[in-house]
Design a protein around this ligand. Structure first.
Ligand SMILES: [Zn+2]
Length: 165
């Protein structure tokens, strides 16, 4: 996601070397709801992306994003103020703003041919593998209905890409 600077990209590059060791400090700090190691680094699709750092079997939960619980009304206001926003509406009344979340899954990009799916359940935003995901592969989901209303060009590059979000 594009809000991140070149300085972050440099950090991601050095982080890739650290990932080769068995347990990095990042792994030790990983919350229990992040089931598989995921690294954030520059994506061909858009800005930063979430990349598998270990094999992920089909159907298993990859992780979650936890953020700030807000009203849908507040979410709509925030969406008009910011071009890049990460809000998921949980219901007609509640939404979660992930803009300040440290969870790596918040960088998950959209693909029209995704390898993961997003599940909203009991106020949680969870990610599950649709198929086996290999280390180094970018994790993607179908954003589905978004507030971009087809105004944001899709650059996922998948066969059959819808062309817009
Ligand atoms: Zn696409």
């Amino acid at each position: 996601m594009t809000a991140h600077s070149a300085a972050h990209a440099a950090t991601a590059a050095t982080g890739a070397a650290a990932a080769a060791t068995a347990l990095t400090p990042g792994d030790a700090l990983r919350p229990a709801y992040q089931k598989f190691a995921v690294h954030v680094k520059p994506s061909r699709i858009d800005g930063q992306g979430a990349f598998a750092a270990e094999p992920i079997p089909p159907r298993l939960k990859i992780g979650e994003i936890r953020g700030e619980s807000i009203s849908v009304a507040e979410a709509r206001v925030r969406a008009t103020r910011s071009e890049r926003i990460m809000i998921v509406e949980l219901s007609a009344r509640r939404a979660i703003d992930f803009s300040k979340s440290a969870d790596p899954m918040r960088f998950t990009n959209h693909s029209c041919q995704p390898n993961a799916r997003l599940v909203i359940r009991n106020g949680r935003v969870e990610f599950y593998a649709r198929r086996a995901i290999t280390p180094g592969e970018e994790i993607t989901v179908d954003y589905g209905e978004t507030h971009h209303e087809g105004r944001l060009a899709c650059r996922c590059g998948a066969p059959g890409c819808r062309g817009a979000l």
